[in-house]
Design a binder for this molecule. Structure first.
Ligand code: F0G
Length: 451
């Protein structure tokens, strides 16, 4: 690895180590906190010492037309901002990133915000935002000569890791909570060839177990405690800035689970700002499910200085996490950018997901917390009509088809969860109907649905 270009800095005590010296669990040996990748000198660059922003922006855009695999990746085309490899020839890519930014006309109108967009990270090769992080950390694993990689997961990390490991020619071990992940995700880990262990524990228990395993065997941990994951996951920040011609939006709204993603995006915007590529950073807000809201509680009880782990429950299984590893990083991002942290109910998530579906986008339940959260921020007056808002949709709608079908059949939510929202939910449900195989019966089914 080229340690001249990067080092790891502990976010707790500030200790700095070479990238190759990290412990198997990526915790600081002095204080136990997490590391982040640091590029010495970037923050101090002033005037002529700064990179030529115009030239970089031109180069990054130009690479999209190149025939090189690395240039086609929405992560590696920004490689000047993630110099973590000795040789970029070691990069393992599936052409991740370069995901679409969609305008949301219906939600815009309903909320009275003109400039409302969704950055759809579900349009990545394995159907979630995890691919952008996995390409980075898997490339490090390959360059450092590991044979095995592993992760604990609520499903998407395992799907991404299994795919990238196979592309890299490495073996992968997945530890997942038995019965608590969506079938689409489990099927991916199997198909991409991972050794998949379903254990009787929640995500937090799976991660704890896996950390004991990697301390005993020479296996490279690919959860988001691995700081190289976040280097890849910061790149959607660059794409968002690029899409707005380097005038960043006012708000970015992100779901919160293990809190790696919000941390990564915050880092991406911070670094762009430090390097003079953008003039300011957006407010970054993190939204959790009410039943899995340890960060919301942390802000309520201690202004983000302490986090009490909780037993998490939500049908948005991707974010069913009660003891998020990267909570300190996420607190810093929210506080530094002036964002908020709030939670939304199961009914609010289901409604927001159906609304995104009716815009022709769709996403998995965990992603829909962003729209549900925006509604609350708008109602509180924290987002005003003239501001530009980007929702980060993290996973593809086909990841969890069972959730969608249950919503439309009316079997997803319990009666007490829908009180006061029955009409809204009924207006969004589109259950499939059994009809006779005659034109008359099909035409009859259209009645009442026209217009
Ligand atoms: N959205 C989706 C679709 C996810 O899969 C996850 C996390 C999140 C949001 C939350 O992101 O953890 O960075 O705050 N999924 C992980 C997994 C935990 O194992 O796939 P976060």
């Amino acid at each position: 690895m080229n340690d001249n270009l990067h080092q790891l800095r502990c976010i707790g005590c500030g200790a700095r180590i070479a990238g190759s010296k990290a412990l198997p669990d990526f915790r600081c040996s002095l204080c136990g906190d997490l590391f982040e990748v640091e590029y010495p000198g970037w923050g101090q660059r002033r005037g002529h010492d700064r990179p030529n922003a115009g030239a970089l922006k031109w180069l990054w855009r130009e690479r999209r037309c190149s025939s090189e695999a690395l240039d086609h990746s929405g992560v590696w085309r920004f490689r000047e901002l993630l110099p973590i490899l000795d040789s970029f020839g070691n990069a393992v890519t599936l052409r991740e990133g370069n995901t679409p930014l969609y305008h949301l006309p219906r939600a815009s109108k309903a909320l009275g915000i003109d400039q409302l967009f969704a950055k759809h990270q579900g349009m990545n090769p394995t159907g979630s935002f995890k691919d952008t992080g996995m390409t980075a950390a898997m490339s490090v694993a390959k360059e450092r000569g590991y044979e095995w990689v592993a992760c604990a997961s609520t499903g998407n990390t395992s799907a991404a890791m299994a795919a990238y490991a196979s592309r890299a020619g490495l073996r992968s071990l997945v530890v997942i909570p038995d019965g608590k992940i969506a079938w689409g995700k489990l099927s991916q880990a199997m198909d991409y060839g991972a050794v998949t262990c379903q254990v009787k524990a929640d995500f937090d228990g799976c991660l704890k177990l896996l950390i004991q395993v990697v301390k005993e065997a020479n296996i490279y941990l690919l959860n988001s405690v691995n700081p190289y994951r976040l280097e890849g996951q910061k790149t959607p920040a660059f794409e968002i800035a690029e899409a707005f011609d380097w005038n960043v939006p006012d708000h970015l709204i992100v779901p919160g689970g293990n809190l790696g993603n919000s941390s990564a995006l915050g880092k991406g915007f911070r670094e762009m700002h430090e390097l003079g590529l953008v003039a300011r950073v957006p407010r970054i807000s993190v939204i959790q499910a009410v039943g899995a809201n340890p960060l919301v509680r942390s802000f309520e009880t201690s202004h983000g200085t302490a986090l009490q782990p909780m037993e998490a429950h939500t049908r948005a299984t991707a974010i069913r996490i009660g003891n998020p590893a990267s909570w300190r990083k996420a607190v810093r991002v929210i506080q530094d950018t002036g964002g908020w942290c709030l939670d939304v109910t199961e009914a609010e998530i289901a409604i927001a997901k159906a609304e995104l579906g009716s815009e022709g986008l769709g996403c998995e339940p965990a992603s829909a917390v962003t729209l549900a959260g925006l509604k609350k921020l708008r109602a509180r007056g924290d987002v005003s009509p003239g501001e530009t808002v980007v929702l980060l949709l993290t996973g593809h709608t086909l990841k969890d088809a069972e959730y969608t079908i249950e919503f439309h059949r009316g079997t997803l939510l319990r009666g007490e969860e829908t009180v006061g929202r029955e009409a809204e939910i009924d207006g969004l449900r589109r259950n499939a109907q059994a009809v006779e195989a005659t034109p008359g019966a099909v035409l009859a089914a259209l009645k009442g649905r026209a217009g």
